[in-house]
Design a protein around this ligand. Structure first.
Ligand SMILES: *Cc1c(COP(=O)(O)O)cnc(C)c1O
Length: 221
């Protein structure tokens, strides 16, 4: 078995929750397994982890289709950009899409959800830093986008954000929380290896943690 830090991260999440006067049960770990060697992923599975994040549909299919047979209670969350031509494959595999970010994608997902009669959990990605190279709905466009999702009968569970790499994350977490509260959305996916404790202090209901759980990735994301 290879060495991982799954239990340490669970302990740190619980501590950050308690420090923020929150219940540890209200903060969920999404173990981000992208680009990690299979033996590390297996170690974490055997330690009891069942919720994983992946940022590419095809890479996730390759890793998880077989593992899902062995561990049927695995839950997978897509945390990377989704092309409309991959929506079917994504809905076959993922229990949640955290990166709903544009009307065209919303329409395609709505079509598939109608056809299947079942919907994944959906989070809207917000580009809190308004970075041109980053996916996500601009904060000022969120209200109209949520209305459009509503008109497509898509139920939105919450918001997700990736703050700019070169800025302190706290103001971005605060903005995401404010937007979620304004729109009555319960779930907040924010915080990664470097800043998940801060995100929990600011209200994260799930944190997406990769390298702190598994070790460094072979190549950068
Ligand atoms: C890779 C990735 C993470 C995890 O990053 P770490 O710094 O390894 O914890 C979280 N969220 C998204 C969207 C990612 O692409």
């Amino acid at each position: 078995m290879s060495e991982t830090h799954y239990q340490d991260v669970l302990d740190a999440i619980a501590k950050a929750a308690v420090d923020a006067n929150r219940s540890p049960a209200d903060v969920h770990l999404v173990a981000v397994s992208k680009q990690q060697p299979s033996e590390r992923v297996l170690t974490v599975l055997e330690a009891g982890c069942r919720v994983f994040g992946e940022n590419r549909v095809q890479e996730a299919q390759e890793r998880w289709e077989a593992l899902k047979m062995r561990f049927p209670d695995i839950r997978l969350r897509l945390i990377g950009p989704l092309q409309t031509n991959k929506v079917k494959a994504a809905l076959d595999l993922f229990d949640a899409i955290e990166t709903l970010d544009r009307p065209k994608l919303a329409r395609k997902i709505a079509e598939e959800v109608q056809a299947r009669g079942a919907a994944p959990e959906l989070l809207v990605q917000v580009n809190t830093g308004e970075e041109p190279q980053k996916a996500g709905v601009a904060p000022g466009a969120l209200e109209a986008f949520l209305a459009e999702c509503g008109s497509l009968d898509l139920r939105i569970g919450g918001l997700m954000a990736i703050p700019p790499a070169d800025e302190p994350p706290a103001p971005h977490f605060a903005l995401l929380r404010k937007l979620a509260e304004r729109h009555g959305l319960a779930k907040l996916s924010m915080g990664m290896s470097a800043d998940y404790a801060i995100a929990i202090a600011m209200g994260a209901t799930s944190v997406r943690v990769g390298s702190a759980v598994f070790g460094e990735r072979a190549k950068p994301a």
